[in-house]
Ligand binder design. Structure first.
Ligand code: GTP
Ligand code: MG
Length: 650
């Protein structure tokens, strides 16, 4: 298939807006399937995994394709729920354009706006499909809402003769505008190419309406995807660097007859599909059973069969070329985010940036035998999902899992049970506090062992001072005249940095502190790297405990969208969580409340919001900044930590 006849689109939108159903409808319409599945019955091509079927909602991105009028359309269906937004980050790297799905009965929702923002940042052209028109909604009302909340450049394409539309297209291009002003008309061809160009440059966003349930408007959507969304050749430039000249950004030549450039945007290890790397080929071609050069890892790797995916079904293909989205099984060295090319022409593509895990919980296997299985299961889940993290807390000896939200962690627990047979208990989520100081101080750290055998001697003086919030760590060496020999200064710093990561009073990393090494002493024979490391660590521990230690807690930006009648209840509830309301805005049918609240008070928010609003509220939550926590709560945490430590030492 010629690359100009390919279209790669991602489906985005608020959860339950109908993306998966729309994908099903597109496949059925193009005869890629013989019957149309339903999300309710768990019979869609896209939502094939057990947890998606159970929840009747997408969790992972899935790849689908259909052929229409000599074109190949590859579709990436994504989950709308914010906890799984990593799938959108990944999916966007596979496609050239997007279709944003809106539920006509709800209009613009939180998930619509998040998706819109992501598209804006990534610069991806977009078409909008107002779905569920069988149920409710007036296209014109929703169009007005799209114009006010997303972009005034959202345009309905009902007829190409529509003077409104014509004007918008003319305004997106100087040449067309000149002609339009002269004769007040554009030819159909000019309108079509003008619109395609405007869409590609994100100057216009065509809006269509229909119903995925009754297949209304599906043909128009397909026709417009072919007509107005860019092919892999016309898409926005793909930037790469040559590993030998990493300081300079270059643009890939996007064509089949060019050196290979491909990118691994996702890893899957699923009992249904096995171990798969999902790749987008940007230029050149890949032939099954050959090898590629992994530019990121600097290794050459042989691989077997190339597949195209239709949900969980794998279709073997001999060749993949410019524009294709494919899967390769069982790669050994190649992983998520790797760039692949030919050894003579290495193209290093930009890495993906995933949101940070924000919510944590401790996990424990129910039985001893499961312990080994638990760590293997976690290892596999981490490899698949870049927003799922596992850490071992040396202090509490707890295994901590972190993710983007309650639902995310619950899905992972479900997978551990179903896929790996490991049953775990979840502990209360742990907040990552930070330690800092509130006053300046000068302290000595002296480590001296000089009885029998080789002695140890290290001695340093540190001045510590608080820094403004968000300034991090500053380490300054002010040793003059050899009070500490130069080769031991890095040793002191190493000891200091060790305490910075481990914490001094409560087991949390230290932040916003300036540490100046001002003085010290040494011993000709007994001083060593180790002795100075210990001295540095002792000094900082002492300094932090004596310089008015305080704990910083994560404060979250929370955006809550609820029908108006719940406003009072939501504000009251926020107050009880030490939260503060920052602003309110009417968006469509809903009120959007912006607030800030400490993470420690927000753990059960998903559940609480659901019960306050009878399931009609939505929220998103991101880390905003760290703030000093109330003294009393901080003291409790510090005392608890000191008590456990004493207990362990005994
Ligand atoms: N009436 C009506 N219902 C629809 C339409 N499209 C989808 N639905 C229903 O809306 C619900 C959600 O549909 P999905 O296709 O799962 O929505 P989604 O956007 O994929 O949801 P997430 O995967 O959670 O992001 C299901 O019950 C569908 O049957 C439509 O055009 N009309
Ligand atoms: Mg879905």
């Amino acid at each position: 298939m010629d690359a100009k006849n390919k279209r790669n689109i991602i489906l985005l939108g608020h959860t339950q807006s109908g993306k998966t159903t729309l994908a099903e409808s597109l496949l059925y319409f193009c005869k890629a399937t013989t019957r149309k599945g339903k999300v309710e019955d768990g019979s869609t091509v896209s939502d094939y995994s057990f947890d998606e079927i159970e929840r009747k909602s997408s969790i992972n991105l899935s790849l689908l394709f259909c052929d229409y009028q000599g074109y190949r359309i590859q579709i990436v269906d994504t989950p709308g729920y914010a906890d799984f937004c990593a799938e959108i980050v990944a999916g966007l790297r596979a496609v050239d354009a997007a279709v944003l799905v809106i539920d006509a009965s709800s209009g613009v929702q939180v998930g619509t706006e998040t998706a819109w923002q992501v598209l804006e940042e990534a610069g991806v052209p977009c078409m909008i499909f107002i779905n569920k028109m069988d149920k409710a909604g007036q296209v014109n009302n929703i169009l007005a809402e799209l114009k006010s909340s997303l972009s005034k450049n959202c345009v309905i394409i009902q007829s190409l003769e529509d003077p409104l539309l014509m004007e918008a297209i003319a305004e997106s291009d100087d040449k067309l505008l000149e002609k339009y002003l002269e004769v007040l008309k554009l030819s159909v061809d000019e309108i079509k190419t003008g619109l395609a160009q405007a869409v590609n440059k994100r100057r216009l966003f065509p809006v269509l309406a229909g119903s995925a349930l009754t297949d209304n408007g599906i043909k128009d959507l397909l026709d417009d995807i072919l007509q107005y969304l860019p092919s892999p050749l016309d898409r926005a430039p793909v930037v790469y660097t040559d590993p030998l000249k990493p300081e300079k950004d270059e643009q890939l030549v996007l064509k089949e007859d060019a050196p290979l450039s491909a990118f691994v945007f996702k890893n899957i290890s699923d009992p249904y599909v096995g171990q798969l790397a999902l790749l987008r080929v940007f230029s050149g071609k890949l032939v099954s059973g050959t090898s590629f050069y992994n530019v990121t890892k600097k290794t050459k790797e042989k691989f077997g069969q190339i597949f195209m995916l239709q949900g969980k079904e794998q279709k073997a293909v001999d060749l993949a070329s410019c524009g294709d989205i494919i899967a390769i099984a069982k790669l050994k060295d190649t992983g998520l985010g790797d760039s692949l090319s030919a050894e003579q022409h290495p193209f290093l593509l930009k890495p993906m940036v995933f949101p940070e895990a924000e919510i944590s919980a401790s996990v424990k296997s129910k039985s001893r035998e499961d312990e080994e299985k638990l760590s293997q299961a976690l290892h596999k889940l981490v490899a698949e999902d870049p927003t799922f993290k596992v850490t071992h807390d040396a202090q509490t000896k707890e295994l901590i899992i972190s993710g983007l939200g309650d639902l995310h962690l619950n899905v992972m627990i479900g997978r551990m049970k179903k896929r790996f047979g490991v049953v775990v208990e979840l502990g209360t989520p742990k907040v990552s506090y930070k330690e800092t100081i509130s006053k300046s101080l000068k302290v000595q750290g002296k480590f001296k062992r000089q009885s029998g055998g080789r002695g140890q001697y290290g001695d340093c003086w540190l001045e510590v001072a608080p820094l403004e919030r968000g300034k991090g760590i500053e380490f300054v060496d002010k040793i003059f005249g050899g009070a500490i020999p130069r080769n031991f200064i890095p040793s002191v710093e190493k000891g200091v940095r060790q305490v910075i990561t481990e914490g001094a009073v409560a087991g949390y990393p230290i932040e916003d502190i300036k540490i100046t090494l001002v003085d010290g002493s040494y011993h000709e024979v007994d001083s060593s790297d180790m002795a100075f490391q210990i001295a540095g660590a002792m000094a900082l521990r002492k300094a932090v405990s004596e310089a008015g230690p305080v704990l910083l807690e994560p404060i979250m930006d929370v955006e809550i969208s609820v029908p108006e009648e719940f406003l009072g209840a939501i504000s009251g509830d926020m107050n009880s969580r030490r939260g503060r309301i920052i602003g309110m805005e009417i968006k469509g049918k809903n009120q959007t409340i912006k607030a800030q609240a400490p993470l420690s008070e927000m753990f059960k928010y998903a559940n609480d919001l659901r019960s306050i609003t009878a399931g009609r509220g939505f929220y998103t939550m991101h880390l905003s900044h760290y703030e000093e926590m109330p003294h009393k709560s901080a003291a409790t945490i510090i005392n608890q930590y000191q008590a456990t430590k004493k207990h362990e030492e005994v």
